[in-house]
Design a protein around this ligand. Structure first.
Ligand code: HAM
Length: 409
C-alpha cells in the first residue's frame, strides 16, 4: 500500500474540520485589518529563496525540496510564503503604485527537516504581508492581529519580541559579537562555529545548553540600536503595553530567515513540546529591493497551522442541514426531486437506500442535521413526508410542496 511520504500527513474528519475552522477564522480577522487574498505558485525558481531567505539559513542550506524540472530549470517547492508574495508584488509592479498593499495567504510549505512532533516536511501556514508602511504602528497592528486570531481560537501563547536593527546599527553590533564569539569559540558547538562565519547572529538562538550558558554575557543588540531602531522598538513596547498584550523581550530571538530587520517576533506555546513556535514574523524593509523592486518597507507574519491544530477550542458542533431518507424503494426517486429543490437553500444529505425508521435515525445521529425527513409507503401515496425538527423534537406530516414553508417556520 502506498503511504504518504515521511513527515507528510493527510487531514481528514476532525482534523480537517479543525484546519478549516483555523483558516476561516484567520481569514475573517485578516479581512477586518484590510488584507486581501493572494495566491502564488508552490513552485518557484530556486534563486528566489536563495536571495530572500538567505544562503546561510538552514532552510536554504539543508531543507529545500529543490530539483531540476524537465526544461532544465532549477526550481524549488516553497519553504515559506513571504518570498513568493514579494516576488508576486514585484512581478505585478505593485511596488510602483503609491498605495499600501496588504495580502493574506494560506497553503502548503515544504521543508526537508528531520520529522518529529510538530515538525513536518509538508505543513501549512496562514500568513499576512503588508507593503509600503514604515511606521511601527503596522508592526503592532500585525502582532495584535495574530493575538486576536489566537484569542478567538482559544489558544494561549507567550509573545516574544526583539529588534534586529538595521544597516546602520547591525554591522557595528556584528563586529562586536564576532569578537566575543572568537574568544569562546573553542567551547561552542560545531554548528555555532560554522554559523560564526556564515551568519554570526544565528549563534544566539543555538539550542545547545552549553552554548546558551556561554552566551549569557554576549553583547546585546537591543542595548546598541541606532536612534531610529531604538525609538521604534520603544514605541512598539509602549503600544503593546497600552493594548495590554503581554510580551517578553528575548534578545536571542533572531529568526531563522535572513531577510529581517528591526522588529522580530514569535508566538510560543508552552503546551506542545519542543517545536513551540506557533507563529513568527517581523519587518523586512530591504527584501523588495533585493528582489529587484523599488525600495518598499514591509512587515508580516505566518502561523503554523499544524502546530496549533490540537490547541484550538472548537465551537460546539451545531445542527446543520436536512437528512432525507426513504423507507420503501418506490419513494427513493421522489426524494431526488425534493433534494434538488431543498438544495437551493439548504445542505441536504440524501440516503440512497431504502431502510427502516431505526436505521435512518442512526444515520441522522452521525451527521447531526437540523431536520430529518422520511418517506414511507403511506406518505408516498398521499404526496406527503414525515418531518422532525431535531432541535425542538417536534414531528409532523406535511405535503411535499409545504416542506420549505415548514422548515422556515
Ligand atoms: P517561520 O518562523 O519559518 O517564518 O515559520 C512560521 C511558522 O510556521 C512557525 O512559527 C511554525 O509554527 C511553522 N513551521 C515552520 N516550520 C515548520 C515545520 N517543519 N513543521 C510544522 N510547522 C512549521 C516564516 O516562514 C516567515 N515567512 C514568516 C513571515 C511572514 N515573516 C514575515 N512575513
Amino acid at each position: 500500500m502506498i503511504q504518504p511520504l515521511r513527515g507528510m500527513k493527510d487531514l481528514t474528519f476532525e482534523q480537517s474540520e479543525r484546519f478549516v475552522h483555523i483558516i476561516k477564522t484567520s481569514i475573517e480577522i485578516a479581512k477586518r485589518y484590510g488584507y486581501s487574498y493572494i495566491e502564488t505558485p508552490i513552485l518557484e525558481e530556486t534563486a528566489l529563496f536563495k536571495r530572500s531567505v538567505g544562503e546561510s539559513s538552514d532552510i536554504v542550506g539543508k531543507e529545500m525540496y529543490q530539483f531540476e524540472d524537465k526544461g532544465g530549470s532549477d526550481v524549488c517547492m516553497r519553504p515559506e510564503g513571504t518570498a513568493g508574495v514579494v516576488r508576486a508584488f514585484v512581478s505585478a509592479k505593485l511596488d510602483r503604485q503609491p498605495i499600501k498593499q496588504k495580502f493574506y495567504y494560506y497553503g502548503a510549505m515544504f521543508r526537508y527537516e528531520r520529522p518529529q512532533k510538530g515538525r513536518l516536511r509538508s505543513f501549512h501556514q496562514f500568513g499576512c504581508e503588508s507593503f509600503g508602511e514604515s511606521l511601527v504602528y503596522e508592526d503592532f497592528s500585525l502582532i495584535s492581529m495574530v493575538a486576536q486570531i489566537f484569542d478567538t481560537l482559544g489558544i494561549s501563547y507567550e509573545l516574544q519580541i526583539n529588534s534586529l536593527g538595521c544597516p546602520e546599527c547591525m554591522p557595528y553590533y556584528k563586529k562586536q559579537l564576532i569578537e566575543f564569539l572568537t574568544h569562546i569559540s573553542e567551547d561552542l558547538c560545531e554548528d555555532c562555529n560554522r554559523r560564526m562565519v556564515t551568519n554570526p547572529i544565528r549563534v544566539l538562538d543555538c539550542k545547545n545548553e552549553t552554548c546558551q550558558s556561554l552566551l549569557v554575557t554576549s553583547p546585546k543588540l537591543i542595548n546598541q540600536l541606532c536612534e531610529s531602531c531604538d525609538t521604534d522598538f520603544k514605541k512598539l513596547t509602549s503600544l503593546l503595553d497600552s493594548a495590554k498584550i503581554a510580551y517578553k523581550v528575548n534578545t536571542n530571538l533572531v529568526r531563522g530567515l535572513d531577510y529581517y530587520s528591526k522588529t522580530a517576533f514569535e508566538f510560543i506555546s508552552t503546551e506542545i513540546g519542543a517545536q513551540s513556535a506557533i507563529a513568527g514574523g517581523g519587518r523586512y524593509d530591504r527584501l523588495v529591493e533585493f528582489l529587484d523592486g523599488k525600495p518598499t518597507p514591509a512587515v508580516g507574519f505566518a502561523i503554523g497551522i499544524e502546530r496549533i491544530m490540537e490547541l484550538v477550542k472548537m465551537p460546539e458542533s451545531q445542527k446543520i442541514g436536512i437528512y432525507l431518507g426513504a423507507m420503501c424503494k418506490e419513494a427513493i426517486e421522489s426524494l431526488f426531486f425534493i433534494a434538488t429543490t431543498l438544495r437551493q437553500n439548504h445542505k441536504v444529505t440524501l440516503e440512497y437506500s431504502a431502510k427502516g425508521f431505526k436505521s435512518h435515525m442512526k444515520g441522522v445521529d452521525k451527521i447531526n442535521p437540523c431536520f430529518a425527513i422520511l418517506i414511507g409507503e403511506d406518505e408516498l401515496q398521499n404526496g406527503k413526508v414525515w418531518i422532525k425538527n431535531l432541535e425542538t423534537q417536534e414531528e409532523s406530516t406535511v405535503l411535499i410542496e409545504e416542506i420549505e414553508e415548514k422548515i422556515k417556520n
